[in-house]
Structures are given as C-alpha cells and as structure tokens.
Design a protein around this ligand. Structure first.
Ligand code: COA
Length: 140
C-alpha cells in the first residue's frame, strides 16, 4: 500500500472529504436514499477519513454509544487493506478512550471483513434500507 494517513475530526472539518465518498458508495453504488444516508448523528459523531497519496478514499464514523458506522472505501481502492487499517485505527482509539466495546450494524456481505477484526455476530439478520444487516460487537 502507498503512503496513507488517517485523520479524525468533527463533521465541520471532515465533511468536505467524507461526504463525496459516502455519496459515491452508499447513495450511488448501494442506492441508499439521501434521506437515510444523511442523519443528525453526523453533527455529533467523530469522523475518520483515510487519505491515500493525498486523496480521500475511505471514511467511517464513531458515535458516543460506541457504534461504528458508515464504513466505506471507494470501489477503486478496495482490497488494498484500507478498510482494515481504518477499522484498526478506530478500534485502537476506542480502547485508548477506555470504551467497553465497539459495535456496528454490518451489511451481511461484510461479515467476514468484521469477523477478521474480532467482531462477532449477535442475533438474526434484518433489513435496513432494503439491505440485509446483522448486529456485530467487539468487547474489550
Ligand atoms: N466480504 C468478505 N471479505 C471481505 C470483504 C467482503 N465484502 N471486504 C473485505 N474483505 C476481507 C478481505 O479479503 C481482507 O481479508 P485478508 O486480509 O484476509 O485478505 C479483509 O477483509 C480486509 O480487507 P480490506 O482490503 O481492508 O477491505 P476494503 O478496504 O476493501 O474495505 C469494505 C472493506 C467492506 C469497507 C469495502 O468493501 C466497502 O466499502 N464496501 C462498500 C460499503 C460497505 O458495504 N460498507 C460496509 C457497511 S457495514
């Protein structure tokens, strides 16, 4: 992987870089409606953006309730390990903040990705925005 950098900050500072990624991945690629994609949590979440050779290529957010969400890597940059380093960065930060756990609502296709990071599945799958999801948790 080329040189990458991860920045974490509030929405006011990272929206310009995170928004186009989420628009491309969730709204255009996965056909999630803008009304579902943009919610009130963005204003209060901690956001993360991965820059590869200076270009914003991946993003995610962490909520106060220890929930990680909106994990997205641009299609052209998948399979390079960027999703993994982004998740590892968030998990490490959550540990440093003495959070008891991190959790997420995973799209079913991404279960192996999160399992490889230590998350385990909880309960049955359900539909959210028409996409099968399952709850996953990583306890510290
Ligand atoms: N299904 C199964 N395994 C997957 C996977 C998937 N969809 N995506 C990644 N993996 C595996 C990789 O094979 C790799 O395993 P390895 O280290 O043993 O080779 C590991 O997970 C890490 O892969 P990585 O290259 O870091 O993943 P990525 O940068 O491609 O990012 C996603 C993974 C899921 C974030 C990315 O595919 C994505 O943005 N998808 C569209 C948006 C989305 O669905 N987000 C998840 C919402 S819950």
């Amino acid at each position: 992987m080329q040189n990458y950098e991860i920045q974490s900050d509030d929405w006011a500072r990272l929206a310009a870089d995170a928004k186009p990624i989420r628009e491309q991945v969730f709204i255009q690629e996965q056909h999630i409606s803008p009304e579902d994609e943009w919610d009130a949590q963005d204003a209060i979440a901690l956001h993360f953006v991965v820059y590869l050779a200076g270009q914003a290529v991946a993003t995610a957010r962490l909520l106060e309730n220890h929930s990680i969400g909106r994990v997205a890597v641009l299609k052209s940059q998948r399979g390079l390990g960027l999703g993994r380093v982004l998740m590892q960065h968030i998990i490490q930060l959550a540990r440093q903040q003495c959070r008891p756990e991190v959790k997420l609502s995973a799209q079913v296709h991404a279960i192996p990705f999160y399992q490889s990071l230590g998350f385990y599945v909880e309960g049955e799958s359900y539909l959210d925005c028409g996409i099968p999801h399952v709850d996953m948790r990583l306890q510290f």
